[in-house]
Design a protein around this ligand. Structure first.
Ligand SMILES: Cc1cc2nc3c(=O)[nH]c(=O)nc-3n(C[C@H](O)[C@H](O)[C@H](O)COP(=O)(O)O)c2cc1C
Length: 391
């Protein structure tokens, strides 16, 4: 959702100003057009050349350079103004509606959303005046990301660190997409495999990486949805801005999913939930000296089949053999609206070759990234949900 967007990156005079170079670089790599505006103070911390080299554009600090009404030009073409880092001083100026430099003036002049990433020493951040300024700005629709807790430049620890780069990028993406096709909808996504215990240290698992489910959660978030992500154990970081529930077993996944779908508009069941679990979980660790074991497995409960409710259901069918036929049968049997059929070669990979099956269409898709497939599924689902609601 960041591609081709015009983003004004405001940099103010915090020790964290050097991190703004990473923010600019990431936004550029994601396809945004980035204009950097710096406060006078920020130039003591990082030079404009860093930003002009990264963005390929002139960097502005003052009204009085160049020609034209720069703050109005920048304000009107921006899709988003991101100020990272935002100092206590700049936050105070914005809360008062001052227009004494280029950044404050363009924030006053814009209709674009404004996202602020504060960075300052803990006492400055926790000061009642700063807190009141932040509340005032929030009430007026400004969005804040961070600050985080951790090591501070002063040498101590506490709240005040600039939010992590990936969370800032996540927040940018989320704010840009907030009026998207899933705006106002609540979407539940399940992801990853489950761990079914055998004894206190061992479990039966599968090769699911969670990448498809996490891509769906990100995509839904960036289309304006409120996202509830329920995930089995994976190596992935919970995405910024989604309500995250971690589960381990199929039984936990079932309980969390049943709870999450209450009031939801759609469920994307991308998790590879175990079909079997050990019939008996041993209380002590199995010893090699026992010479070997025979595991008795029993079927787990089918989450999708047991779910009732008036929401859009998307299932995934990872099968061997005639994948499409089996997926079609699953679509009918489980009362799904859409099913994504694929083979085991997509496990762990960033890419997937899938077939999208609804009640009246079968679409064989080329090999694509899981992020691209997530986009395609979400756009299709959004169309079908809107059609259903309008019937
Ligand atoms: C070494 C140093 C580090 C600073 N770090 C911060 C900071 O992290 N956050 C902050 O709000 N102010 C910080 N300040 C104070 C601001 O630079 C000062 O308030 C300045 O007026 C901010 O101007 P600006 O908001 O126009 O960029 C720092 C000052 C110095 C000298």
């Amino acid at each position: 959702m960041i591609r081709d967007k015009n983003i004004v990156l405001g940099v103010s005079g915090s020790i964290a100003a050097y991190k703004a170079a990473e923010v600019a670089s990431q936004l550029i790599q994601l396809g945004a057009k980035v204009e950097v505006v710096m406060t006078e103070s920020s130039r003591h911390f990082v030079g404009p050349l860093t930003f002009s080299a990264l963005t390929g554009r002139e960097v502005y600090t003052s009204f009085w350079e160049g020609s034209g009404v720069r703050h109005i030009e920048l304000a009107s073409k921006a899709d988003l103004i991101l100020i990272a880092p935002a100092t206590a001083n700049l936050i105070a100026m914005l809360a008062q509606g001052l227009a004494s430099d280029l950044i404050t003036s363009l924030v006053l002049a814009t209709r674009a959303p404004v996202l602020l990433a504060p960075a300052m020493e803990s006492n400055m951040y926790l000061n009642t005046i700063t807190q009141e300024n932040i509340s005032k700005l929030k009430d007026r629709g400004f969005v804040f990301i961070g600050p985080d807790e951790g090591h501070l430049a002063s040498g101590g620890k506490g709240v005040g660190r600039l939010a992590m780069l990936e969370d800032i990028i996540g927040a940018v993406s989320m704010v840009l997409g907030r009026d998207g096709v899933l705006g106002g909808r609540t979407v539940v996504v399940t992801a990853g495999g489950t761990h079914e215990p055998i004894d206190p240290v061992r479990y039966v698992a599968n090769r699911s990486s969670g990448k498809m489910g996490y891509a769906l959660a990100l995509g839904a978030r960036d289309r304006g949805a409120r996202v509830r992500l329920i995930s089995g154990p994976t190596c992935l970081k919970p995405p910024y801005g989604v309500e995250f529930t971690a589960v381990k077993t199929a039984a936990e996944m079932k309980e969390a999913t049943f709870k999450a779908v209450e009031g939801a508009d759609a469920l994307f069941m991308a998790a590879a939930v175990a079909d079997f679990r050990s019939a008996r979980v041993l209380s002590g660790k199995l010893k090699r000296e026992s010479g070997g074991i025979i595991l008795e497995m029993e079927a787990t409960e089918d989450i999708l089949a047991g779910l009732k409710g008036d929401f859009f259901k998307v299932g995934f069918a990872l099968e061997t053999g005639d994948v499409v036929e089996q997926a079609r049968e699953k679509l009918e049997r489980k009362g799904l609206d859409l099913i994504v059929a694929n083979g085991p070669e997509s496990f762990e990979s960033d890419f997937i070759k899938a077939t999208l099956i609804s009640h009246d269409s079968v679409e064989d898709l080329p090999l694509m990234s899981k992020a691209d497939l997530a986009d395609l599924i979400l756009d299709r689902a959004a169309e079908l949900i809107t059609m259903e609601k309008n019937l």
